[in-house]
Ligand binder design. Structure first.
Ligand code: UDP
Ligand code: BGC
Length: 386
């Protein structure tokens, strides 16, 4: 009798859980990755045991999407995720603290040609998904997260330099390019949050670096690692005359441990278009009790890749940015990496990076912001349209 009652109770709980989950997933947008889960329980097991096998991938000299210049890895088994794919028990040497070439400035060519890509010995060592594992035991596993749209030439140049640069630092790393689909307005914060969630699900990286596509590190001593506080790396960029544009600037490139990123609740999801998502991030960092660490300005040096005129139209100034920034504190807890609304349209392991293609709805996100902070409605009403 008791066990019959117990069985019915379990059934009711099961039906309730499954149906509420389905309802939750199908209403409007996907909610982080629980519903479209790229790493299911099964896959997670698989990831740990599968590993990359040279035989599974072949270097195919074909055009990569958008008619670009890079080649494409044909994956025999796409479900083989980035993972620590070799049995590395035999690797005993710990990687050195400093890059093998700590001499300082590197020669960089800002315009990378197709033949540079094909001839690069560093790029040949990169595994599908833009993953690299050094021959020594790394001190950090680093996820590079690039919020991205429509800057193909910049991306090719960045990838060429970054792979070469990071391999000298002897980290295990992978590059994630998180691309926003049209017609939604570009949103750097949402893309950074999605990149963090996706990368973290694929491999438990120790350091997550949000990286603008147009900045090239030029000094080998600029170590891509995390520290006790969020670490802002692009200190001296040619974009701003090789100095910080203002004291609390933390745009460009910034590194977080997973604990730091979660504690500040990542970026705000509310900034569609250009401006202030990085200033909002700064408030979050201070609010969580951190300060910002930076490399020496003679080391955290970056060259900006020249812009193509057309690109400026793709990311217009956000007229709401000042209102959002003024009231940022009201949203910290509920607007961030714990509450990202998005739909993942693709996840592919391309030769030089993992491509995460996503969309979101500005209308739905902003509705949520007004729900979190009803005072926003009135502030927005005072904003003059552009
Ligand atoms: N971005 C992009 N496509 C866009 C707008 C921005 O890929 O249409 C990404 C890219 O990584 C870029 C970053 O967002 O480096 C910051 O944008 P932008 O360079 O326009 O802003 P700025 O750094 O000049 O303030
Ligand atoms: C914007 C930031 C931007 C900075 C430097 C500020 O006015 O709010 O988003 O990174 O200028 O361009």
């Amino acid at each position: 009798m008791h066990s019959r009652k117990l069985n019915s109770l379990i059934k009711i709980i099961l039906i309730f859980t499954v149906s509420s989950n389905i309802l939750f997933c199908v209403t409007s947008l996907y909610y982080i990755s629980n519903c479209n889960g790229i790493v299911t329980k099964d896959n997670e097991e698989h990831t740990k045991t599968a590993g990359w096998n040279e035989g599974e991938a072949t270097w195919n000299n074909v055009n990569y999407r958008n008619g670009g210049i890079l080649s494409e890895w044909k994956l025999g088994n796409l479900s083989a995720k980035l993972s620590s794919y070799h049995d590395r028990d035999h690797v005993k040497t710990v990687c050195s603290e400093l890059p093998s070439n700590p001499g300082g400035r590197m020669n960089i060519s800002r315009l990378v040609q197709p033949e540079d890509v094909f001839n690069s010995s560093s790029l040949k060592l990169v595994r599908p998904g833009g993953h690299y594992v050094p021959g020594c035991l790394e001190r950090e596993t680093v996820a590079i997260i690039v919020p991205y749209r429509d800057r193909e030439r910049h991306l090719q140049t960045l990838l060429y330099h970054l792979h070469t640069f990071l391999q000298r630092q002897q980290h295990q790393y992978a590059v994630f390019v998180v691309e926003m689909a049209y017609p939604t307005q570009f949103n750097r914060g949402i893309l950074a949050n999605i990149g963090f969630l996706t990368a973290k699900e694929i491999l438990n990286f120790t350091c997550y670096i949000i990286h603008d596509v147009d900045l090239l590190p030029v000094d080998d001593r600029n170590h891509y690692k995390c520290s006790n506080n969020p670490r802002h790396l692009s200190v001296s960029s040619s974009k701003y005359g090789y100095k910080l544009p203002y004291g609390h600037y933390n745009g460009g490139i910034i590194a977080f441990t997973p604990g730091q990123f979660l504690k500040i609740n990542g970026f705000s999801n509310a900034y569609f278009g250009w401006g202030k998502e990085d200033d909002d991030l700064h408030k979050r960092i201070l609010n969580a009790g951190y300060k910002i660490d930076r490399p020496d300005p003679t080391i955290g040096v970056y060259e900006e890749i020249a812009r193509q005129d057309v690109q400026d139209f793709s990311n217009p100034d956000n007229p709401m940015k000042d209102s959002l920034y003024l009231r940022a504190e009201k949203r910290f807890r509920r607007d961030g990496v714990n509450n990202v609304l998005f739909k993942r349209l693709a996840l592919e392991f391309l030769p030089l990076y993992t491509w995460v293609y996503v969309n979101t709805s500005e209308l739905t996100v902003m509705k949520m912001m007004k729900h979190i902070d009803p005072g926003l409605e009135e502030t927005f009403a005072r904003v003059k349209p552009l």
